[in-house]
Design a binder for this molecule. Sequence first.
Ligand code: NA7
Length: 536
Amino acid sequence: PAGAPGTTFDAIVIGAGMSGLYQLIRLRELGLRARVFEAGTGVGGTWYWNRYPGCRFDSESYSYGYSFDKDLLQEWSWSEHFAPQPETERYLNRVADKYDLRRDIQFNARVKAAEWDEASRSWTVTLEDGSRHRSRFLITAIGALSAPTMPNFPGISDFRGQSFHTGLWPKEPVDFAGKRVAVIGTGASGVQTIQEVAKMARELVVFQRTPNWCAPLGNGRIAPEEMEQIRARYDEIFRRCEETFSCFLHTPMDKNTFDASEEERNAILEKLYNERGFGIWVGNFKDMLTNREANRVISDFVANKIRQRVKDQKVAEKLIPTNHGFGTRRVPLETNYYEVYNQPNVTLVDTRETPIERITGTGIRTSERDYEFDIIVYATGFDALRGAFDRIDFRGKDGVTLKEMWKDGATSLVGMLQDGFPNMFMLLGPHAALGNIPRSIEFNVDWVTRLLRHMQANGLTRAEATPEAMAKWMDHVMEVAKGLLSMEVDSWMTGVNVNVKGRQVRRVARYTGSAPAYRGWADDIAARGYAGVALS
Ligand code: NA7
């Protein structure tokens, strides 16, 4: 790529995932000289790093792709309702090809630090190789779930077999055939890995600390004729995503659980359970995630499904969550996940009963016994939402670090700005709307682009959120999280990760209101001439 070390740009983007790629396209339209720094060797971000077996969308493919390029929508075919990772990575490479994006992306370039200089109103970005680059604007496109975390067991480096974290999967295929395999972790990544590895491994032992409530994905191939119909409906599909609570095709019903008779209720839940995608989670009775009794109804319903699907009832009970209700954590979507435990080559170890004590040279030691493995897969998750920021030494006005600024919890103005950090724009920063993430990404990028255009048009070179606007937004963020059952549960969505120091306290870690409400807030700021953003 062009650009010798030490060059100056108008804008630097950190990360070449879905956010960074789209932002680069928009920056070019503004005529800005932009450079993207990407730690990986290729584009794709999440879809570059997470190449573990079974990795795929839980959003319908055709609701997940970029919507901004109508030609691209007509040119591209999704092969499955929930496309596997290789296809998504191919798709993002296609976008990079089509817009010739790679000439402005420097790969193998991990950003180590970024420092604001008030005098020149610019950022200095330092890479791990020591090279320094300056730019007026800094845009973080570093992902929400991109800093993988390992458990704190002793002995991890002693293991002489192969071991992998799902979020740092190697490019070379891993051969599971005939191998003895351990998977630690049963979140969305673990579930996808387990159901795939169970088909290949000689022996699979799943180490589960907390079971999650999983529901059928309902995947299937998309025939060419069906893809034609989808293509004709793209306007309608994206309009639907704009209207729904979290930008999925599914949205809560306009009905409370106990408005329906028991018979009616069961019929609705049965239908949702057998439907494609996240309907059972985000398209259910509207009080399911706020009303304890309503939540019990759906939890009991899904618990019975698990009991029906798993033959050994002792194993079934271990797979049924007891410390949280359905949907109060991220619901992993699955394909024959529960049936995996009926296979003779698969064993479930409950690490609350028999905790893992250490990793050994040959496998895993629990309080009960030693297990020998050829491969250990760590599906142990991420330092979500926050970890990607903490890995970079961001220094804003007066040398204040972002870490220091966020020591009592991350803050933002609409997930995109932070006072004290002028000209820094975060794509999917703290308390941005998540849900069907590309929809949120496109909104964030367009919002930032609009602000940059406004600055260009008015000869402005500095933008900073005001403390008052930040406080008002954060009050709103706290307010909408009140009464949610998910706020009573440990998960990445409440900022808890026992493997990371300082992540043991539950907090409002993501925006829990609706996507339309989120967009309303951000659009209102723009409509009022960027009220709450000090421009000069
Ligand atoms: P998650 O959902 O955070 O899951 C991580 C899993 O790893 C979870 O089951 C954890 O158990 C388990 N874990 C973590 N550390 C340990 C230790 N030390 N011992 C045993 N088990 C452990 O991450 P995913 O990658 O699956 O998914 C992240 C998101 O990516 C997902 O929600 C999608 O939106 C995409 P715990 O529940 O903490 O007891």
